[in-house]
Design a protein around this ligand. Structure first.
Ligand SMILES: Nc1nc2c(ncn2[C@@H]2O[C@H](COP(=O)(O)OP(=O)(O)O)[C@@H](O)[C@H]2O)c(=O)[nH]1
Ligand SMILES: [Mg+2]
Length: 200
């Protein structure tokens, strides 16, 4: 799939306000600073994530329409140190409701920083998907940043941690926004799942 068009639609404060046109949807989420904006910009070429990076939008559900056919949803990053406990709870509630209620969601892309060993915050976040029954894949980011051996070790460690709680491991992708790695694979994955009648 090539991205022909990508437009910002709107930012919503809750799942109930999101578009109801039934288009398939793919959501991107990860710890703040994981490289989410960079990855979204790499995928779409359009500098889209600047929109959701502007103050105020980082705590909303940001919708982009791609090729007039599917939505890319930029979700708030989790694990902000700078917001208060109650703000964090609100954010958590919005994200959980989104995942619990959003029927249009085909798959979540959970971004994990490949340059560091597994973190509890990422593992805890992914484990909530078990209860919510959200289909997801993992995208390891910033793989250009340090040596290949360390990246491979971090990825192996992460998948080993997941296998402690998951019987079947999710697919994962390797990416670098810097070196434009993983773009084709991610877009192909989305193309495969966003075709009508190919949902299961
Ligand atoms: N080397 C390298 N740096 C990256 C990559 N992706 C993001 N970064 C850097 O990581 C920082 C956070 O990226 P950003 O996309 O803003 O993260 P976000 O907070 O998750 O949206 C920035 O300084 C980026 O330049 C990558 O693939 N390679
Ligand atoms: Mg960002």
């Amino acid at each position: 799939m090539e991205v022909q068009s990508a437009e910002f639609i709107a930012s919503y404060p809750k799942v109930g306000a999101c578009p109801k046109d039934g288009r398939p949807e793919f959501a991107f989420i990860g710890r703040s600073n994981v490289g989410k904006s960079s990855l979204i910009n790499m995928l779409t070429h359009k500098g889209l994530a600047k929109v959701s990076g502007t103050p105020g939008k980082t705590r909303l559900l940001n919708f982009f329409l791609i090729n007039h056919s599917w939505y890319l949803v930029d979700l708030p990053g989790y694990g902000y140190a700078r917001v208060s406990k109650s703000q964090q709870r609100n954010l958590q509630g919005m994200i959980t409701s989104y995942f619990r209620e959003r029927e249009e969601l085909i798959s979540a892309f959970v971004l994990i920083d490949s340059t560091i060993p597994p973190t509890k915050i990422d593992l805890d976040f992914i484990n909530t998907f078990g209860e919510l029954e959200v289909p997801f894949v993992i995208v390891f980011t910033k793989t250009d940043r340090i040596g290949k051996d360390t990246i491979t070790k971090n990825i192996d460690l992460f998948m080993a941690e997941l296998s402690k709680t998951w019987e079947t491991l999710p697919p994962y992708f390797i990416s670098s926004a810097e070196k434009r790695i993983g773009r084709t694979e991610l877009l192909e994955y989305i193309a495969k799942w966003s075709k009508p009648g190919k949902k299961e």
